[in-house]
Design a protein around this ligand. Structure first.
Ligand SMILES: *Cc1c(COP(=O)(O)O)cnc(C)c1O
Length: 436
């Protein structure tokens, strides 16, 4: 439990650190218990649902046509970035990849997985129960029912990206949409949504508050559906589908994952839903050979606090004297998901915290070395890839998991880039010039 104590001290000081999760268990020993909450079959079912919707997605979003209506992103080896980081005095051992969810079609962020999936599932259930469509039919037909869906409202609380994904897909289905935005949300995200006819409600308060308001507003309307980022299993399932797709990409690249060739993933976390769902799916495919780390701003280490203290959703950064200000708007969640902190408790390897200053450095370095533009939130994963070999407790983690130097040489590291494609040019230029 020593790690827990250290983590909390550093949290209050807003210092960068890695917390190694003392509750992680061998995958096989906790798999059965986890499946009571989310089973492998449910993940498979989510994959099938997205396949059913592919013709509809292809029709509504021509940018997905080349991938037959499947919303997926490339996995790219970034040797130049690796060299640039190593030149800066770091040491990344093994191959370094970037998973470009920053460039997912439709929403330009990881939310194009969970958010879109949940809205599609809701639309399907309404369409099937009202006799508009059968599961065996071609879902392209769903484009004809916009008038029907207009009677129904979808609402969500968001710091920006979830609102964009829910707003855009809901508008395509025909739903009326209300997005409850926290004060962290960027203006261009709100403007973009309004241009699509989405109602954006702004609050001067944080994300937890915006979610609360959205949940309340939705409960007042029987024809309203609330996408609950803090508790939704469907969001989680939508994210988990990434795992199998990644496995296929690794196979195409002839990358082995086994005891002698471990896989490390570093995923930015807000409430934990996106990184949780992805990691959970990966655990079912690679078991103990995949090591899942989250990365959070030093100003919002909510998942780290939720799991390490055992307070789950009741953990709030404000209770630790943290100011809670960050340019990583996608990760600006003072409290974590109660659902995800519980389900990931035995699977998560650890959690890195990172300062905004480092995020902007990664952002600039990725742009100058690889010419790839991502947003500050999406850079958090780099912190893990670098610090894995720099902290005492991460070195100990490697040792405890029999990851010796020669095994490390054969390891694969995936930094999950979670957003950025839709950032307007002028905002990106601002990022390039930001020093904090
Ligand atoms: C939402 C988001 C995340 C994290 O997702 P959570 O489900 O909140 O943990 C990471 N990066 C970006 C850019 C996001 O928008």
């Amino acid at each position: 439990m020593l790690e827990n104590k250290i983590a909390i001290e550093n949290v209050s000081k807003e210092l960068e650190q890695c917390w190694i999760n003392p509750f992680k268990m061998p995958f096989e020993s906790v798999k059965g218990l986890s499946e009571l909450a989310v089973s492998k079959e449910e993940i498979f079912d989510a994959e099938q649902r997205l396949l059913r919707f592919a013709p509809f997605i292809k029709k509504e979003f021509p940018e997905t046509a080349q991938n037959s209506g499947i919303i997926e992103s490339p996995l790219l080896e970034i040797n130049q970035m690796k060299a640039a980081l190593n030149n800066n005095g770091h040491k990344i051992c093994g191959r370094l990849f970037l998973k470009l969810d920053s460039h997912l079609p439709i929403a330009g962020s990881v939310k194009a997985r969970g958010g879109i999936y949940e809205v599609l599932k809701h639309a399907e259930s309404l369409a099937v129960s009202n006799g508009l469509i059968k599961e065996s039919e071609n879902y392209e037909k769903l484009s004809e029912f916009k008038e029907f869906f207009k009677d129904y409202t979808v609402q969500v609380g968001s710091t920006g990206n979830l609102g964009m994904s829910i707003g855009i897909i809901s508008a395509a289905i025909g739903f009326s949409v209300k997005i409850h935005m926290s004060a962290d949300a960027k203006k261009w995200k709100k403007d973009l949504l309004r241009s699509k006819g989405v109602e954006v409600i702004e609050y001067a308060d944080d994300y937890t508050y915006a979610v609360e308001q959205g949940r309340k507003a939705s409960a007042e309307n029987p024809k309203s559906y609330f996408v609950d980022d803090e508790w939704s299993k469907d969001l989680f399932l939508g994210y988990s589908v990434a795992a199998n797709r990644l496995k296929n990409q690794l196979e195409e690249l002839k990358i082995t994952v086994d005891e002698k060739h471990p896989l490390f993933v570093y995923i930015p976390a807000g409430v934990g839903g996106a990184p949780g769902g992805i990691s959970y799916g990966l655990k079912f495919l690679f078991g103990d050979n995949v090591h899942c780390f989250f990365a959070e701003p030093t100003a919002f280490p909510s998942v780290m606090l939720g799991i390490s203290t055992g307070l789950y959703e009741k953990a709030n950064v404000k209770d630790y004297g943290v100011v809670g200000k960050s340019n990583a708007d996608g990760l600006a969640c003072p409290a974590p998901s109660g659902f995800v902190t519980r389900i990931m408790q035995n699977h998560l390897s650890g959690d890195f915290t990172v300062k905004d200053k480092s995020l902007f450095n990664y952002l600039r370095l990725l742009y100058s070395s690889e010419n790839i533009k991502i947003e500050p939130s999406a850079c958090a994963g780099f912190e893990g890839a670098i610090k894995l070999l720099e902290y005492d407790n991460t070195k100990e983690y490697l040792k405890n998991n029999n990851i010796t130097d020669d095994v490390l040489q054969n390891s694969t590291h995936i930094v999950w880039a979670t957003g950025g494609k839709m950032v307007p040019e002028e905002n990106f230029n601002e990022f390039l010039n930001t020093s904090v």
